[in-house]
Design a protein around this ligand. Sequence first.
Ligand code: KG4
Length: 339
Amino acid sequence: MSANTLFNDSTVVLGIETSCDETAAAVVMGGNDVLSSVVATQIDLHARYGGVVPEIASRAHVEAMNVVIRQAISQSGVPIERIDAVAATVGPGLIGALLVGVAAAKSVALVLDKPFIGVNHLEAHLYAALLDDPHVEFPMLVVLVSGGNTLFVEMRGHGDFSVIGQTIDDAAGEAFDKVARFLDLGHPGGPAIDRIALAGNAKAIEFPRAMMHDGLDVSFSGLKTSVINYVRKNPTVSTADVAASFQYAVVDVLAAKARKAAQQIGAKTVALGGGVAANSLLRSTMTTLCAESGWRLVLPSMGMCTDNAAMIASAGWYRLVADGPSSMDMGAMPNLKLT
Ligand code: KG4
């Protein structure tokens, strides 16, 4: 990364996140010092539909945006004039939802006469783990597991990364959500399965682990179908056993691929990111794996696993220091990739 001397450790960034169903704003100084982080979740609004409804999400973002930004600034304790730049998620995500945050960030930036920074939501997830633990040694493997993505990312330094493995179909979180919906456990499915699995036997049912010996890519679509077929054939099976066995299969695959990826890149550090990083079995399995293999594990705090704006402000700060501000012409990019 090239140094941009205008921006440094005392640079204060207001971050805004609206890519899916959380309206969030945060104030972060110097990339890692979180002065405030406010998240207004829409989970209850979408729960009755069993998934996120884009139109409802956009409208809810519009209603919450100003309040959330005001709260983030007042809770940070810094005067509004002290904000040096405004960062917002430009993608990937729901187009209507993204537009609300991008428009809000540009408006604040214009009013304050400060630069705007467009942030890739996936890049921000890479930085979420580092917010709690910024002094990591590279190369680092980031296992990014969310509702929309499952990526194994080699990070050689700040802003210097490549995707070395990914899902070829469903994301890990998507598999949790779909299986939970089938089992009638509600939305979002990940936390519900995590909870009920505590009462089940993870070895009760041997669900398939796809692509275990094929490089670093993963596949969860067949596992989801296998759970559905098993429950249809065995309607009296314990839901807790199904949930625990399914969760064990997902974590088994993620841990095996993480081990292979970390060995391949000669990782010094392994970090988890994304909503599924909150999963208790994944956290404990990765803790054991990294302790045995001598890799330092960076686990994001629970609040930093799911969508938040502190990670947007943090990634925005690193981009600002490396590349300077984004153009005001930069718009929302719903299909943005991690490149
Ligand atoms: O990162 P995130 O908040 O949103 C994006 O997809 O960007 O991740 C949400 C996903 C959902 O699929 C949710 O079911 C999953 O993370 N999740 C979990 C847990 N908590 C959230 N999956 C497994 N176990 C959990 N404890």
